[in-house]
Ligand binder design. Structure first.
Ligand code: ADP
Ligand code: MG
Length: 372
């Protein structure tokens, strides 16, 4: 039997564990014509729940636009146009979609084997604000013909473009007139999403209902995961999921990754327990070790000590006596500087006033390396 656990990509079908409450909230907001901002850490399951919910709404096409690492205003317009033309291809309105975005001079070619379209657009970069404005107008025109739900994923990355406030003001100006066109804005970096939606100076202030998505609750998730193990004739120890949580592996996608490795490290008839966890972690470390070592070797001595101490102390307070003793770094200002660097490099992120290592497997690996 094939490994039934999935991580690192959007899940659907039998890989998707239902989260009825959040799905209902999301569905109701969309149906009532409100725009929604879905905020949650990476790998909690934002994209999966949004796609799943939007796809269950009848008579609406889902226009999914990923804004991850977008760098320019022109690119925002391009990504929207490209996504719309692909949607047109998938749902039999390719010609209309191409006409709608004629200004961007679209050219469509198809992969000879898979038939997947790839879309080329010619955007005049000196006119990028105008282009984005046109693209949003065209979306509304398209929506009038074939109703849409628009999803902007990793929306906080709009802040990366030059003059982001101007881009946001433009988008907001258009979107507020798209009354019956629902928009979902999803984002992983809480502080930045809050800056966009909760700061009175931001164009998007209070323009969307906020849905904070937490990792799947273990109570719900445990039954789902246990069943997957049972299909493969593997039993699970009564404390298995408690042990996993105690290792600090709690985010939806990370739990799935560990279960994937538990499956690989076991055989039919086995009971999955603490020993299996040890072997499963070894598998993950084997796959990821080089990137851990690269990360560590790029740190300064103080940064490395602070990182290890965050792991050892749980990341609550970086200026406590305990933290200073554990890290051997006495100066508060040095600690602040080092931790800020770890945050900038996204090795660490801030969650409810504590500092967490972004990759929990890396954290376990660090905690096992006594020499670091
Ligand atoms: N509803 C779900 N049921 C089971 N696993 C899920 C679910 N949602 C997310 N996951 C797990 O988390 C991973 C990341 O999901 P994704 O939707 O891409 O998260 P995000 O968009 O928040 O980063 C998936 O590959 C899967 O392992
Ligand atoms: Mg996502």
């Amino acid at each position: 039997m094939k490994n039934p656990f999935t991580f690192g990509r959007v899940v659907d079908g039998k890989d998707y564990c239902p989260r009825p409450e959040h799905e209902a909230l999301l569905r109701q907001s969309i149906e009532s014509g409100h725009n929604v901002a879905v905020i949650g850490q990476r790998r909690v399951g934002k994209t999966s729940i949004i796609l799943r919910t939007a796809n269950t709404l009848p008579k609406q096409h889902l226009l999914y636009v990923d804004l991850l690492a977008v760098n320019t205003v022109a690119e925002i317009g391009e990504r929207i146009g490209r996504a719309y033309i692909k949607l047109g291809h998938a749902h039999g309105f390719l010609q209309q979609a191409i006409q709608l975005f004629a200004k961007l001079r679209p050219s469509v070619s198809f992969d000879p084997i898979t038939g997947t379209p790839s879309v080329g657009l010619a955007v005049d970069r000196s006119q990028s604000m105008q282009t984005l404005e046109d693209v949003l107008d065209q979306l509304l025109a398209g929506h009038k013909r074939d109703p849409l739900i628009v999803v902007f994923d990793e929306f906080q990355d709009v802040l990366r473009v030059e003059d982001p406030q101007k881009a946001l003001a433009l988008m907001r100006g258009k979107i507020q007139h798209h009354e019956d066109l629902p928009y979902v804005f999803s984002g992983s970096i809480r502080s930045k999403m809050r800056m966009i939606f909760n700061d009175p100076d931001s164009a998007f202030f209070k323009s969307a209902i906020t849905l904070e998505l937490e990792p799947l609750h273990l109570e719900q998730f445990e039954a789902f995961l246990t069943k997957h193990f049972e299909y493969g004739n593997r039993k699970t120890d009564a404390d298995l999921f408690k042990d996993i949580a105690e290792l600090g592996i709690q985010i939806t996608g990370d739990v799935q990754q560990l279960c994937w490795a538990l499956w690989e490290a076991s055989e039919e008839g086995d009971t999955i327990n603490k020993d299996t966890i040890t072997r499963a972690l070894e598998r993950i470390f084997t796959l990821e070790r080089i990137s851990y070592e690269d990360t560590v070797s790029e740190l300064t001595d103080v940064q490395r000590r602070c990182l290890v101490s965050l792991v050892k102390t749980g990341g609550q307070s970086i200026h406590s006596k305990l933290f200073k003793e554990t890290s051997g770094v006495a100066q508060s200002s040095s600690i602040t500087k080092a931790v800020n660097r770890l945050l900038d490099r996204r090795i660490v992120y801030k969650y409810r006033k504590t500092y967490q290592v972004a990759n929990p497997f890396f954290a376990v690996w660090l905690s096992q390396k006594e020499y670091l």
